[in-house]
Design a protein around this ligand. Sequence first.
Ligand code: PLP
Length: 372
Amino acid sequence: MSGALDFIDLKSQYAALKGSIAERMQRVLDHGQYIMGPEVAELEGKLAQYTGAKHCVTVASGTEALLIALMALDLKPGDEVVTTPFTFAATAEMIVLLGGVPVFADIEPDTCNIDASKIEAAITTRTRAIMPVSLYGQVADMDAIERIAQRHGLAVIEDAAQSFGASYKGRKSCNLSTIACTSFFPSKPLGCYGDGGALFTNDDTLARAAREIRVHGQSARYTHTRVGVGGRMDTLQCAVLLAKLERFEWEIAQRLALGERYRALLADVPGVDLLAVRDDRDCVWAQYTVFLETSSDRAAVQGALKAQGIPTAVHYPKPVHHQAAYARFAAPDAFPHSIGAGARVMSLPMSADLTHAQQDRVADALRTATTR
Ligand SMILES: *Cc1c(COP(=O)(O)O)cnc(C)c1O
């Protein structure tokens, strides 16, 4: 048996881009504009162009992007936001931090994304926005969500932390809603070497609000027009991403191909169900996530894979309303598909640099583990 695999291989990516990363970081160290240096605007221009959105505003993290998006929309205490309970906690966290109320709608059991047909029943006179999450790198049914939002005069915020680079009906994630928020946490599809994030919008007023909120609500230097945060992304991190963009298209193509290859390798493995990807979109596989039959099967399979040097993870073991901080927002037995997914999901090693030999090793080990 060869050595342990990385869950996400960032070392091969660094090896491929080492020269360019060093050069771009050195340029920042030489010009010395560590905050809001020229790389910030350069990156924002490139990311806006990539997604097709009119505006890109880089911020300190994906979490900060969600916070600034909600602040730009002027979310008030008591305002409700309809979102999915099956996500990373940050999605609901920023709503609650501003005094808002997350109102959950259950997921589709096969994609783990919010079920658009369940959103309307969650809307009240206090609802201000719908916040779908593009989980694992696949966008939710944004056209259906947009129609509901228009009917009720609501904003849509795409939590695109896991889906930068994904496509939906020929359009890019981050250009499908009123505002979109992504994360450049190192392990995300486009990751920097620390914290970073961005929000995207086609609305000039919201873009301006987000730019001001990012720097303490300043509309000009020392002119604090609104309450904001210190939410900028470092120039050095922007320089890292500019280097990473050089092969990002290749990485996305690799992710899509590796996802297809995993599908073929795992299609007939007993006790393993695959995530559904809808025909009109793709999945960039921020996580390559599959379903086991029960949580005890999952624990056994994780143990067997670990013994073979194959790391796995669970995204996420519990829906948000089963976390103590958010339990007050829903009954414990609500959202059975989210609870079921939490018991059954397991993520396998995935990154653009995963080799076919490594992928074969993961598939073989999984097949052995489930057929014992
Ligand atoms: C990673 C993630 C976030 C938070 O992004 P950070 O950059 O880590 O703050 C928010 N939502 C989802 C769905 C995520 O996966």
